[in-house]
Design a protein around this ligand. Structure first.
Ligand code: ZN
Length: 217
């Protein structure tokens, strides 16, 4: 399988900046055939909180090969219900297609709904957006952080899979910085822009203008 296993690290120093002890552990792993091709699915749990992570990956993952990765933050409304308020579902599916095309890559699915505020607060924020607020204003009005996500353990999942050099599929400079600070070597940023509905276009404009996302429209 070509993956290092954290219980008995074969190459503990594959990444010069990776932590020597990981705070996540792989609990289970299986095959997952999907509409976009065949993946492997692995489940991780945090050793320091009750957070859980799921990763879908494909191909042989090696520390010396720059590999496509994405940290996808859970979006129940977009990923599952096909909401057109955001582009999350389309981004996730596009990512899976890109990984299949490349024959190698991994998506860490981070269960931090609504940029970390949880689904109930996200619905509260949507109610304010119905009344005219944008995604940033809505969170501020609810006294919630605009972005409460922490990506360190997502990077640890990638280390555990045996990766070190990554090509990150993301438009979010904060995410890129965090992964680099966690010790991954970012070889390339791969931008991801999907056709968006009118309501998603407003959301993306806010992300670009208020959150510094690297979007070209
Ligand atoms: Zn979304």
């Amino acid at each position: 399988m070509g993956c290092t296993v954290n219980k008995a690290p074969v190459e503990p120093l594959v990444c010069p900046n990776s932590p020597s002890i990981l705070t996540v552990e792989r609990v289970a792993e299986a095959k997952l055939p999907t509409e976009w091709g065949d993946f492997r699915i692995a489940g991780y749990r945090s050793k320091i909180s009750d957070e859980e992570f799921v990763v879908l990956y494909e191909g042989e993952l090696r520390p010396d090969v720059p590999t496509l990765v994405r940290i996808h933050s859970q979006c129940l409304t977009g990923d599952v219900f096909g909401s057109t308020k955001c582009d999350c579902g389309a981004q996730l599916h596009r990512t899976l297609q890109m990984i299949q095309k490349e024959g190698r890559g991994a998506v860490v699915y981070q269960q931090q709904e609504g940029r970390g505020i949880g689904i109930l607060n996200k619905i509260r924020a949507y109610a304010l957006q119905d009344a005219g607020a944008d995604t940033v204003e809505a969170n501020e009005r609810l006294d919630l952080p605009v972005d409460a996500r922490d990506y360190r353990q997502c990077a640890e999942v990638l280390f555990d899979l045996g990766l070190c050099k990554v090509k990150v599929i993301s438009n979010n400079p904060g995410k890129l910085r965090a992964l680099e600070e966690a010790g991954l070597e970012i070889v390339e940023r791969v931008s991801i822009e999907v056709e968006s509905s009118e309501s998603a276009a407003r959301y993306l404009r806010t992300k670009k203008e208020k959150m510094g996302h690297l979007l070209t429209f």
